[in-house]
Design a protein around this ligand. Structure first.
Ligand code: ZN
Ligand code: ZN
Length: 475
């Protein structure tokens, strides 16, 4: 089955489709509030149609490394380590064989639990409970019986028809075995697992992927053998035994996890119901703020006015949400929209200052004032604060621009002497305008007699005058 992808996130598989717009959406673009209920189309507002959860599932051959890592999760790893450790204790003892049988039964019961959980869509190992291991312990025995029957069947073929047909029968058995194990795991019935018709139907429904899976399983099986062979025989016998048991169990868990996943991937074809809530977090799903998904879609469709309205509505609903304001600010910058910047970003700057984010406020101001030079925050205190910041960061011209005519616009602002002392400093130090700098100081002396800051004003006047004398060309 060909995968369908989201129009706006080409890497993300689509979950919903709008018939009116002929657009497919991922779960980020169109999210349903209730699991499985069709959400409305972000473009036209009509109800979307489900594409099936199967479309979201990543094919098993794309997540091979995850199968390898599955038994390395704490729960399965500790479990097989414990079993391998037990096998070390009993190796060579009189009850060794019997004990190994018990260990294997417990192990395969766990492997079946993993197969079943994975088939249901639980892609991470669940904790092991008593019932996981001890309920239905006959399941691994059924698998043993399954192997016994298949072996018997092949032996019969050898006896009745000779070597050629026997080889053919073995090949068919090997190819059918994973399907039989998968049926046994889902149905818990050895008769169904041995039913050639059921095996054929299962293989047919999974399609060519079934044989890709068989290939991987064969590779894993030989991988386990190779890895065991690599263990040097110089190891003490019981340690060698335990290590090779550990390796075999590790590879078996990979294989059972993979078989379970194939059921999960093809659950729709197999008529198997799964839990959609356990979809892999990183199944190509874009991590984007859900509040912006409709805005992003509208922008991509060129519906800028609608996107702008939507953002403004969002800000009216939550005036304190700085993320939404940033989004609108970016939108106006991209659109070169002077009016929008003056109306919106000036307010945004005020809020950033109040939220104690001075460097953010400065960035927004510098970005916005490039396009809208007239933009200024509405409050005198905020302009003053921003100007101080800009001056400290080498943006003297922008600082001066903010303080221009402050005393006329805000006659009652008590910070005027401080702001204008700053103006005077910028005039003198940045523009070299000593006369204008002195004029500003004169104005302060006249207008704010008795203000505590006049001491600093006087000091600065002396600085300017000393510099002027020092810089006078000697005749
Ligand atoms: Zn999307
Ligand atoms: Zn639509």
């Amino acid at each position: 089955m060909e995968k369908i992808y989201c129009k706006y996130h080409p890497a993300a598989p689509a979950r919903w489709q709008c018939n009116a717009c002929r657009v497919n959406f991922c779960t980020t673009c169109a999210a349903s509030d209730t699991d499985g209920i069709e959400p409305v189309c972000p473009l036209c507002g009509q109800k979307t149609v489900s594409l099936g959860a199967g479309n979201l599932i990543r094919p098993f051959w794309q997540r091979i490394p995850r199968f390898f890592l599955f038994p390395a999760h704490a729960v399965p790893l500790l479990f097989i380590l414990a079993l391998a450790g037990l096998s070390m204790l009993v190796s060579g003892s009189a009850f060794g064989m019997l004990f190994m049988l018990v260990i294997n039964i417990v192990f395969f019961k766990y492997a079946f639990a993993i197969l079943e959980d994975t088939a249901q869509g639980y892609l991470k190992p669940k904790p092991i409970t008593g019932s996981v291991i001890f309920d239905e312990l006959e399941l691994p025995l059924k698998q043993l019986l399954l192997i016994f029957f298949i072996a018997l069947l092949n032996y019969k073929v050898l006896g009745l028809f000779g070597f050629g047909p026997f080889i053919l029968a073995v090949m068919i058995s090997v190819a059918a075995f994973p399907a039989a194990v998968m049926i046994l795991a889902v149905e818990h019935s050895i008769f169904k697992a041995l039913n050639p018709l059921m095996i054929l139907v299962t293989i047919k429904r999974i399609g060519p992927s079934y044989f890709i899976m068989c290939l991987f399983l064969a590779l894993l099986l030989s991988g386990a053998t190779v890895a065991s062979d690599l263990l040097t025989t110089t190891l003490p016998k019981n340690i060698w035994f335990a290590s090779s048991n550990f390796i075999n169990m590790y590879f078996m868990l990979i294989m059972y996890n993979m078989m379970g996943y194939v059921i999960y991937q093809y659950h729709e074809q197999l008529g198997f119901s799964v839990t959609e809530a356990y979809l892999e977090e990183d199944s190509g799903k874009p991590a984007s703020d859900p509040r912006f998904r409709q805005v992003d879609i509208l922008l991509q469709e060129g519906k800028t006015e609608e996107a702008e309205k939507k953002l403004i509505r969002e800000i009216e609903k939550n005036p304190g949400e700085l993320d939404v304001r940033e989004k609108l600010h970016r939108f106006y910058i991209a659109a070169n929209n002077q009016q929008g910047l003056i109306q919106h970003s000036a307010d945004y700057i005020m809020r950033l200052l109040h939220a104690n984010k001075p460097s953010e406020a400065m960035r927004v101001y510098l970005e916005a004032s490039q396009i809208a030079p007239k933009l200024k925050p509405a409050g005198a205190r905020e302009r003053h604060e921003l100007a101080e910041l800009l001056r400290k960061n080498g943006q003297s011209r922008a600082a001066l621009n903010l303080l221009n005519n402050l005393h006329q616009e805000f006659p009652s602002y008590e910070g005027i002497p401080g702001a204008y002392l700053l103006v005077s400093q910028i005039m003198f130090e940045y523009f070299g305008e000593e006369k204008k700098a002195l004029q500003v100081l004169d104005f302060l002396n006249k207008k704010y007699a008795g203000h505590p800051l006049l001491k600093d004003v006087e000091e600065y006047r002396q600085v300017i005058e000393r510099m002027m004398v020092a810089n006078q060309p000697s005749t």
